[in-house]
Design a protein around this ligand. Structure first.
Ligand code: WTA
Length: 656
């Protein structure tokens, strides 16, 4: 069992913002009422919310079915369509309301109203139908962060197809793996995406992925959205241009009514072992989670807010807080294709000023990077439209929190530090703005209805002041339903017998509960890395390294990093020859970095690579990662090394 880490606590505490509370969706009274109801009538709590917030085509009579735990079912006999909930119901009330303000990398702005978005979605959905995409078919979406990506996702939801978005930064090989696992017949992509002033090809990666799959390629059609002037290979037999597909399509497409439990999407994420897991989400439960957290955590006021979540649609944050959440509540949102530092580090602040953003949600990595480049730069912009700030993906250090609070939010804007996961679908732990006290670096407490807690291995609840495994003790509507095609892995990964006896959802994070009842996320308890808020598995990087012809063996550990949170440190043993040194080592390290870019994608590139004749192993051949972690961090080795087969190797690995 992995060791639990400890937290350096801060006593710094901020009272709830009373001015904010006066206008908030959740007042302290409502918040208490909700919490109380969740305790006294758990199913009724969720049932009432689902009735209130979702437009059902057929109302449900059953709320929660736990008979086949942990394969929970929510609102099982209810019927709905998620795209109807995101588009049609708002068009009926206010068709000309702006849905999306898109800003491209080069700064071009395009706005679409709810009516226009619905038309785009319907035309594209009709196109998909013409290609014979059916309810339940898997559709891979490998696209830039764009209006078209949202259209593609919503169009799938509209016809009941299951999308699986693959982040545009993943390599052809990673794409191929996901196509195979999902057994997808259709793929939607673009010629290229433009980020930081450069066009990065996407279609070329698709072609390469299909080449890798060769005879085992299940893809029957590739839809290509033309976005740049880059030339790209076009295979008449397989490919179809997006603009040709929608040319003669009607802008009316009846939404396919599906069961509440119908899978809305699969999203692959890294686990501690093996290939990425296809996290499968439902329609009704997932939608409810997205709506409620938009209301409670983001305090969304659709009539006046401009919401901006900077995450790419390739990640869960982009699913829940770009594609589904903001649209499901009828809000106006900003979508930005580019990066925070292009053309310079003022981009975010300039855009908040230009579009009058009122709710801004980003990752601590971006905050740290921008703070470091120029802490005073935001002062040149009018950020007075902001009223709420959020963070996601990794712990935020108090220094970055304070800067965000003081310089960006001018001490007026509450900060919501939201803890959640691909698997939970939406926020789980977070302050409620206007209600909760906050401490910089803490994600505070579970939102209403989420029975999160910390436990020890035997399942005993942790007392205030202790560390433990973060678990969620009751099923909740937005949680994953299974791992695509692998129910066994779902049970073993999230309901392990050795933590809490298989009764609870085990998040894979450890947390500290302080004496004031605040939760502090300590980090993963497994071999999952969090680099710039991106989840990566050490095993996946190790396996990719081991495939390189020059590599005999590799071990990957993380090292704390000022901006990225964690960085990737690889220890490598080369085949045959002795350990490379000096220029030779540098050349091979470069080669290995490029290899990882090709195997997984640029986000998995090791920051440091160190070579050795061997790795520290126990007599039974197990690599002692804890020692490698100490070496990577330049720490003295204090662990017991008596079981080590080859202690001399430690000295060698310590030197570059
Ligand atoms: C980490 C991202 C600390 C955590 C939404 C979790 C966080 C993993 C926070 C999920 C936070 C996410 N504070 N750590 N506010 N939010 N994490 O699936 O380790 O990409 O298990 O989902 O990110 O990453 P994922």
């Amino acid at each position: 069992m992995p060791e639990l880490k400890s937290v350096t606590n801060t006593k710094l505490i901020f009272a709830p913002n009373e001015k904010f509370a006066q206008q908030a969706n959740l007042t302290p009274e409502k918040y208490n009422e909700l919490n109380q109801k969740a305790i006294t009538n758990y199913a009724g709590f969720w049932g009432d919310l689902a009735q209130e917030h979702i437009s059902w085509n057929k109302s449900f009579t059953k709320i929660l079915d736990e008979s086949n735990a942990p394969f929970y079912k929510w609102f099982e006999d209810g019927k709905l369509n998620v795209s109807y909930n995101c588009l049609d119901r708002h068009v009926l009330k206010n068709p000309n309301k702006t849905a999306i303000i898109f800003e491209s990398d080069e700064g071009n702005v395009r706005k679409v109203t709810y009516k226009e978005l619905l038309d785009l979605v319907c035309r594209f959905a009709n196109g998909l139908k013409q290609l014979d995409v059916k309810k339940g078919d898997r559709v891979i979406i490998y696209m830039p962060h764009s209006i078209e990506a949202v259209v593609a996702m919503q169009a799938c939801a509209r016809i009941g197809a299951i999308h699986s978005v693959v982040f545009g930064g993943f390599s052809a090989k990673s794409l191929a793996e996901r196509i195979t696992d999902a057994n997808a017949k259709y793929l939607i992509t673009a010629d290229a995406q433009t980020r930081g002033g450069r066009n990065l090809p996407l279609k070329a990666s698709v072609d390469e992925a299909l080449k890798i799959l060769s005879l085992n390629n299940p893809i029957k059609k590739v839809i290509v959205n033309k976005r740049t002037k880059e030339e790209c290979y076009f295979n008449e037999a397989l490919d179809i241009w997006w603009h040709d597909l929608i040319k003669n399509q009607s802008d009316i497409c009846e939404a396919e009514i599906v069961d509440s439990e119908h899978p809305l999407f699969i999203l692959y994420t890294s686990g501690s072992t093996g290939t990425p897991k296809g996290v499968q989400h439902s329609s009704g439960g997932y939608l409810l989670g997205s709506i409620l957290t938009m209301q409670w955590v983001f305090d969304i006021k659709p009539e006046s807010d401009i919401f901006w979540c900077t995450a790419d649609v390739g990640w869960i944050t982009g699913h829940s807080y770009v594609c589904y959440g903001p649209l499901s509540v009828g809000a106006t949102q900003v979508i930005f294709e580019g990066i925070p530092t292009y053309p310079d580090a003022a981009r975010f602040w300039q855009m908040i000023d230009r579009h009058k953003v009122s709710i801004f949600y980003t990752a601590p990595t971006a905050i740290r990077a921008l703070l470091k480049i120029d802490a005073d730069l935001p002062k040149q912009f009018d950020l007075s439209s902001l009223r709420l700030l959020g963070t996601v993906g990794e712990p935020i250090n108090p220094e970055a929190w304070m800067w965000y609070y003081e310089v960006i939010g001018k001490k007026r804007c509450p900060i919501v530090d939201t803890w959640w996961q691909t698997e939970t679908g939406c926020h789980m732990l977070s302050p409620i703005p206007g209600v909760s006290k906050t401490k910089p670096g803490s994600c505070v407490s579970p939102i209403p209805g989420i029975m999160a807690d910390i436990i020890d291995e035997s399942g005993n609840t942790g007392k205030a002041g202790s560390d433990g495994y973060l678990v969620i003790k009751r099923p909740f509507p937005s949680q994953l339903r299974t791992i695509w095609n692998n129910p066994g892995r779902y049970v073993n990964s999230y309901f392990p017998k050795d933590i809490g006896g298989g009764k609870y959802y085990v998040a894979g994070d450890s947390a500290h509960l302080d004496n004031d009842g605040f939760f502090w996320i300590l980090g993963r308890i497994d071999d999952v890395l969090n680099v710039s808020g991106h989840r990566l598995s050490t095993m996946e990087i190790e396996s990719a390294l081991a495939l390189h012809p020059k590599v005999a063996e590799a071990a990957v550990v993380s090292k704390p990093h000022d901006i990225k949170g964690e960085s990737i440190f690889a220890f490598v043993v080369c085949r045959g020859k002795a350990r490379p040194v000096a220029a030779d080592a540098e050349n091979i390290a470069q080669e290995l970095r490029q290899w990882i870019v090709k195997e997984i994608g640029p986000i998995a590139k090791p920051d440091e690579i160190r070579f050795g004749d061997n790795l520290p192993k126990t007599r039974s051949g197990k690599i002692m990662r804890r020692l490698l972690r100490s070496i990577a961090r330049n720490e003295d080795i204090t662990q017991d090394i008596s079981t080590l087969e080859n202690p001399v190797i430690l000295e060698q690995l310590k030197s570059k």
